[in-house]
Design a protein around this ligand. Structure first.
Ligand SMILES: [Zn+2]
Length: 455
């Protein structure tokens, strides 16, 4: 008996393993965008084996025995990327209410909520995100690292994450978590373990502390910001010497540097210091954009963030309203100039400022401000992969790349809002979504038919 069951088990296992090795999935659609070309191709086909693309192109021959997923009048694209998210947070509601809630927030509960933010993000077609800052006042937790690791271990479903842990910034600056509260309310002044550092040596210490705790990328606030209470939006907050130390230490540890920066003067200093991307960049002038183009610095415009805040301006205290209006008034011209001048543009939204899962609305904002639809699509695929330093693995539909493939209905170059209606998502060869999202399915089954349940 024992021998029989062992033999049976061995046969079953052998069969299953042989099947996995031979498993081919073919994705077919009316069109395909490969993440780098200047036009779509007709009759797109992507052949996937295990977690990789083995063939991609127009009218590629379909291997015998493959499982074919025909997505019809749709466009296959590389999984979208968002270079600026905060998956562990939600800043989209009333500002003062949220600030109060943060004071009695159970960080574990917030981590559980973040698993839902991760799910809606990947279901919206974003298979990779950069997470640029996760910190809860007076907490030692690294929720972004935990979220990334849980996704990598397939404990939960979500996008591939490159995380920044705490944002690095100056005392009293945009990232100081005690900004706007009474002195010593939280028992001590924040230090490098909270990302708050002053002087080149402390900046290096903060970078090392973050990398030690799991950071994939380093984020710093070099200028003031919109959603912080006690600074001006465009003032410089790190010195050129601090930025030089920031970039040097991060690059020595092979990490990219993304800087939150609205002001023009400090943007020039940051570009000169060698940062990899300027996030927001609202007040950058044409000669600063010229510097960026020459140096190859990426601009991550986060148009959605300003758009959301301006649409709900009454949700914010008056001091913040004034800062948001000034940034919004400047950023459209800045973005138009950046497009015209050929600055490298990475796709990034600041998701968390608006509800997670709406990331793709950024595409239309980019196109409305003068970017061609195909360039907007490239920003969220090939360009972002390059900025994130993962272009060897993802970002394009090419032989040998990981099979991160999505489908949008119709032709996104004719109607860019098609990107907001993703219908199919595959990450590393696994189908995450085909048809309705988990939330849409849950809505349908919220009031189940009782008679059917009697069975
Ligand atoms: Zn942000």
């Amino acid at each position: 008996m024992k021998i029989t069951s062992c033999v049976l088990l061995a046969c079953f296992c052998f069969g299953a393993c042989a099947y996995a090795a031979d498993k081919l999935i073919v994705l077919k659609a009316a069109r395909m965008f490969d993440g780098k070309s200047n036009s779509l191709v007709q009759n797109g086909v992507v052949v996937v084996k295990d977690d990789k693309i083995v063939e991609a192109g127009s009218n590629v021959q379909i291997p015998d025995g493959a499982r074919v997923v025909d997505l019809g009048d749709a466009t296959l694209c590389p999984g979208f990327m968002d270079a600026h998210t905060h998956l562990t947070a939600d800043f989209s509601g009333n500002y003062n209410e949220r600030r109060l809630q943060e004071l009695d927030l159970n960080v574990s509960e917030q981590a559980i909520r973040a698993t839902e933010f991760a799910r809606v993000t990947i279901e919206a077609g974003f298979t990779t995100v950069r997470d640029l800052g996760s910190h809860f006042v007076a907490s030692r937790e690294f929720v972004d690292v935990a979220l990334r690791n849980s996704i990598n271990k397939r404990v939960i479903v979500g996008p591939r994450m490159l995380v920044a842990t705490r944002g690095i910034g100056a005392t009293g600056g945009h990232f100081d978590p005690t900004n706007g509260f009474r002195d010593f309310l939280f028992g001590r002044e924040p230090d490098y373990t909270d990302g708050i550092a002053n002087g080149p040596d402390e900046i290096r210490k903060a970078v090392r502390f973050e990398v030690k705790n799991g950071a994939d990328v380093i984020k710093a606030a070099v200028s003031g910001g919109v959603l912080s209470l006690t600074d001006e939006v465009d003032t410089p907050q790190l010195t050129p010497a601090e930025m030089a130390a920031l970039v040097d230490e991060s690059h020595r540890l092979r990490k990219k540097v993304a800087v939150h920066c609205h002001g023009d003067q400090v943007a020039r200093e940051a570009i000169d210091a060698g940062v990899d991307s300027i996030e927001h960049g609202s007040f950058m002038r044409p000669d600063t954009l010229t510097m960026m183009r020459k140096k190859g610095t990426f601009l991550t415009p986060t148009l959605m963030a300003t758009e959301w805040i301006m649409g709900k301006i009454d949700n914010y205290p008056s001091a913040l309203q004034a800062k948001a209006k000034a940034a919004a008034a400047a950023r459209s011209d800045m973005f138009r100039n950046a497009v015209k001048m050929g600055v490298r543009i990475s796709f990034g939204t600041d998701a968390a400022v608006f509800p997670h899962g709406q990331n793709a609305k950024e595409f239309k904002l980019m196109v409305d401000l003068g970017m061609s639809p195909i360039e907007a699509l490239k920003s969220a695929t090939g360009n972002d992969a390059e900025l994130l330093g993962i272009a060897q693995k993802v970002g394009t539909l090419e032989k040998g790349k990981l099979a991160d493939v999505i489908a949008v209905p119709g032709d996104p170059t004719a109607d860019i809002t098609a990107t907001e209606r993703v219908s199919f998502v595959m990450k590393e060869g696994r189908i995450i979504r085909q048809g309705p999202s988990a939330a849409e399915k849950a809505e349908k089954t919220a009031f189940p038919d009782v008679s059917a349940m009697a069975d």
